[in-house]
Every structure is written in structure tokens, then in C-alpha cells.
Design a protein around this ligand. Structure first.
Ligand code: KG4
Ligand code: ZN
Length: 464
């Protein structure tokens, strides 16, 4: 591992037009980057130079330590991209020292979904406590950390900001390198923590509240996008179905639908499987949501009456809708997943595993149905445990560790960073380049304000 470590090479050095001049000269003068040959653009954009002797000397010691003893890396991961405030401390040998998640259950119940401003306030209220608890549970202090990893995108800007601020404050105060993590890559990479022999290339199917993503993971930071959603993700469809059926939203809608569906007849209502005519690997759940809403209206189900208080007949009607919805929602996953495996095997015949991760991958029905497809195609399914499928700090710390080992990280921020510093947040940040064959005619992708993909940034840096 040690040989994989290269001197400080900011992954954000890949930004095409860095808005900060972090001069090579200044860095060399401080002598903490022996072979830095190009300007570094940290993921913070500021107008003033922030190199300080204080952190450079600490960092040098730490970097040497990290490169000589990779097993000693201890990384704090912070995640606030959506509604969960999460932190974890993970060792580079895969040991999870602590994991803390504070979810916004009451807000979900009140608003039936994530309201960005409320979510931001909720993150701000608990972030310090969550990080402190993660350190306490790990029986460590900030001094013991090798680096801080934090989600910088994709996600809600307001929410991302809370985590990034906290990470930078902590990293600045303790002179720690910082790693900006792609949330979806972290969902995929956490499978390599769970199953240490999982090698590239592998396939990943990431299913969550905001994403349906099928990728071929060729290497760390190198992903080919086989399919994505053209509108809503499957988790969003689960959440709305739960809300309209008057289910308990405290653990998000998905688990509630999964549970009620066990009581229902999945063939009682015939919903149309989305995008059957499209011979690609893309998804659409907006139409299925509408079908579900119409079925609920036609059965006069009143969401204001909680399912626990519903009559037996009413409960049965709701369970039938839940089961019928789930069958079709997952059939859609199965069809596209099967095609994606065929495509991926043509590109990389050595693929042996399909990772299913993201919140919806906690669903037992989803897992068992996808397992059948994966086995039929001669692959092996890798599914992290539910606590690592839904948003968590461990996956961020682990993705941070993987990139840190490759030398992709930023130097510590200044110890006293101004509150109004402009942060590099990437709310719309694709993971990989889209396979030409996979482009959907049905999609009117808004390309404005989309960040260059992680893969393109890393490739650009490697060519330099
Ligand atoms: O990955 P995640 O925690 O956050 C995002 O990045 O979106 O995924 C959250 C989504 C929610 O939509 C939630 O309803 C769904 O995952 N989910 C489930 C289950 N557990 C969580 N969906 C279906 N069945 C479940 N058991
Ligand atoms: Zn997620």
C-alpha cells in the first residue's frame, strides 16, 4: 500500500479553472510537497492565499507517517448530503471504529419528504454532537486522525455545506488533510470494505432516494455510466407511496412499504412496467408514482388516517397497492439490470461482481429479486449490510481512505477560515461518463450547472 501513496496531489487540482491561486512556489518554499509540479486548486475557493507554516509542518510529519504505515490511517468521514447527519471513524484495514447517524425522522413525518432549508437547520443543530460522538465511540481524539473525508456532492447544496464547513473547521484546527468525496462513489466503494477481495472491475447498481445508477467500475475513480433515471429514483417512489398510503415515515417510506407489502397480493393491481419499449438501461419512476396515486384515489384511501388506525378492509387495500407497486418497481430494476450486465460483460468480460448499494438496497425483496438476475448471469451479488447501504459516515471515510492511498487529497484548510469562504460544493456531479449506447432518447437532461464527472476529472489529472 505504501508504494501507492504519492505526494500531495489534490484531487481538486483537476478542476479545469481553479479560482484560487495556490502557488506551487509557495508550497515548495514550505517544503511539504517534495515533487509538486503543478498548481493545486483545493476544493475551497478563496480570494486570499492560505498557506501557513503551522499546518505545513504538521502535515509533513503526518504524510510521511501515512505513506510508510498505511495500516495506520484513521479517517473521520462526514456525510450531510441529504437528510441524515452521519459521521464515522474507520481504519484503513477496514475496521469501523464508530458510526453515528442522526436522521431527521420528525421532519420527514412533518413534510413527507426532505425540505432543504429545514434539513440544513437540522444538520447544523446536530453536526457537532454527531462528530463528537463518533470520536468518543472510537475512543479517539482529533489528534489521532490521519485525515477527514467529507461528501462534497452530489446532494443538496445547503446540506452539503454544513458537513463541508464542519470538516474544514476540524481539519484546519488539527492540520489534517481533507478528502472531498463523491457520495455515489462512496455507496459503491463501501462494498470493498465489506468484501476485501472485491477487485475492479465490478458493476454497481446504486439505488437510493435520489439516484438509480448503473455503472461499470473499471477502477478507483473510473466509472462508465450504463444507466440512470430520467426523472425520479426508486426511493422517491417508495417514499411517496408510503406517504399516500398513510404509512409510518419515521424510518423513511421504503421500509414501511416493504413491511406492508408482505400482507398484500402483488398481482391484485396491474401497474405498467416503466420504459419497457426503451432498449437501454435507464429508469423512470414518475409514471409509476402517478399510477399508484390514481389507484389510491380510486380506492378512497385517506392518507390522513394512519394505516394502524385503518379498518381491516382498508388496510388490505393499502397492502395490495404496496405489494403491487413494489413488484413493478422492482421488475423495472430487474429488466434494466439484466441488460446492463450484458453491456458491461462486453466491455469488461472479467467482471465477476455486482454491488447493490444505496438505501433501497436494504430491502429484502429487492435483494432477492436482483440476486436471481445476478446468478442467472453468472455473477456474484455483493450487498453491504443495511446500515452501510443507507447514508452513513463509514462509506465516506472508506472512500476517503481509498483516494487518500492514491494521493488524492487536499492540504489542510487554514486554521481560521472565514465563515463566508466560498466552498466547492457539487450538487449535480455525475460519477462517470455516459456510455453512448446508454443515452436515453426519452431524457431531456438539463446539462446546465452540472459539474464535470469525477471520472473525467481524475482522468484529466492523470494525463497531466
Ligand atoms: O441512500 P439513502 O439513505 O439516501 C440517499 O442517498 O437518497 O437512501 C434513502 C432512500 C429513501 O428513499 C428510503 O425510502 C429508501 O432509501 N429505503 C428503502 C428501504 N430502506 C430505505 N426503500 C425500500 N425498502 C427499504 N427497506
Ligand atoms: Zn445515498
Amino acid at each position: 500500500m505504501a508504494s501507492n501513496l504519492t505526494p500531495f496531489t489534490s484531487r481538486l487540482a483537476l478542476l479545469r479553472k481553479p479560482s484560487i491561486r495556490f502557488s506551487t512556489k509557495a508550497v515548495q518554499k514550505l517544503q511539504f510537497i517534495p515533487k509538486l509540479s503543478r498548481p493545486v486548486a483545493p476544493f475551497l475557493h478563496r480570494t486570499t492565499d492560505f498557506v501557513s507554516v503551522h499546518y505545513s509542518s504538521c502535515l509533513k510529519a503526518r504524510a510521511i507517517n501515512a505513506s510508510s504505515q498505511d495500516e495506520e490511517l484513521v479517517v473521520l468521514g462526514i456525510e450531510t448530503s441529504c437528510d441524515d447527519t452521519a459521521a464515522a471513524v474507520v481504519r484503513s484495514n477496514g475496521e469501523i471504529l464508530s458510526q453515528v447517524v442522526s436522521s431527521q425522522a420528525d421532519l420527514l413525518v412533518r413534510y413527507g419528504g426532505v425540505a432543504p432549508k429545514m434539513a440544513e437547520e437540522a444538520h447544523s443543530l446536530v453536526i457537532d454532537q454527531v462528530v463528537q460522538e463518533a470520536l468518543d465511540k472510537a475512543k479517539l481524539t482529533e489528534e489521532d486522525l490521519s485525515a477527514v473525508a467529507v461528501t462534497i456532492g452530489p446532494g443538496l447544496s445547503l446540506c452539503l455545506r454544513v458537513g463541508v464547513r464542519k470538516a474544514r473547521k476540524l481539519a484546519g484546527a488539527y492540520a489534517l488533510p481533507i478528502i472531498g468525496v463523491h457520495h455515489m462513489e462512496a455507496h459503491a466503494l463501501v462494498a470493498r470494505l465489506v468484501q476485501s477481495d472485491l477487485q475492479f472491475p465490478f458493476m454497481a447498481f446504486l439505488i437510493s432516494g435520489g439516484h438509480n445508477l448503473l455503472v461499470l467500475a473499471s477502477d478507483l475513480g473510473h466509472y462508465i455510466q450504463l444507466g440512470t433515471t430520467i426523472d425520479d429514483a426508486i426511493g422517491e417512489a417508495y417514499d411517496k407511496t408510503a406517504k399516500w398510503l398513510g404509512l409510518d415515515m419515521r424510518k423513511s417510506g421504503g421500509p414501511a412499504v416493504e413491511e406492508l407489502a408482505r400482507e398484500g397480493d402483488e398481482k391484485s393491481i396491474i401497474f405498467k412496467v416503466p420504459m419497457k419499449q426503451h432498449k437501454d438501461c435507464n429508469f423512470s419512476y414518475a409514471g409509476l408514482k402517478t399510477q399508484v396515486r390514481m389507484a389510491i384515489e380510486s380506492k378512497n384511501i385517506d392518507a390522513a388516517i394512519h394505516v394502524a388506525a385503518a379498518s381491516e378492509q382498508d388496510r388490505k387495500a393499502r397492502a395490495d397497492i404496496a405489494a403491487s407497486f413494489q413488484r413493478v418497481a422492482v421488475l423495472h430494476l430487474e429488466e434494466k439490470c439484466e441488460r446492463a450486465i450484458e453491456w458491461a460483460m462486453k466491455i469488461e468480460p472479467s467482471v465477476k461482481h455486482l454491488v447493490v448499494s444505496g438505501g433501497v438496497a436494504s430491502n429484502q425483496y429487492v435483494r432477492s429479486r436482483l440476486n436471481k438476475i445476478v446468478e442467472k448471469k453468472g455473477l456474484q451479488l455483493v450487498c453491504p449490510p443495511p446500515s452501510l447501504c443507507s447514508d452513513n459516515g463509514t462509506m465516506i471515510a472508506w472512500a476517503g481512505i481509498e483516494h487518500f492511498r492514491m494521493g488524492r487529497y487536499d492540504p489542510p484548510p487554514p486554521a481560521c477560515e472565514p465563515e463566508d469562504a466560498v466552498l466547492d460544493l457539487r450538487p449535480r456531479w455525475p460519477l462517470g461518463e455516459e456510455l453512448a449506447q446508454g443515452r436515453s432518447e426519452a431524457r431531456s437532461m438539463k446539462t446546465a450547472r452540472i459539474h464535470p464527472s469525477l471520472t473525467s476529472l481524475i482522468q484529466a489529472s492523470m494525463q497531466q
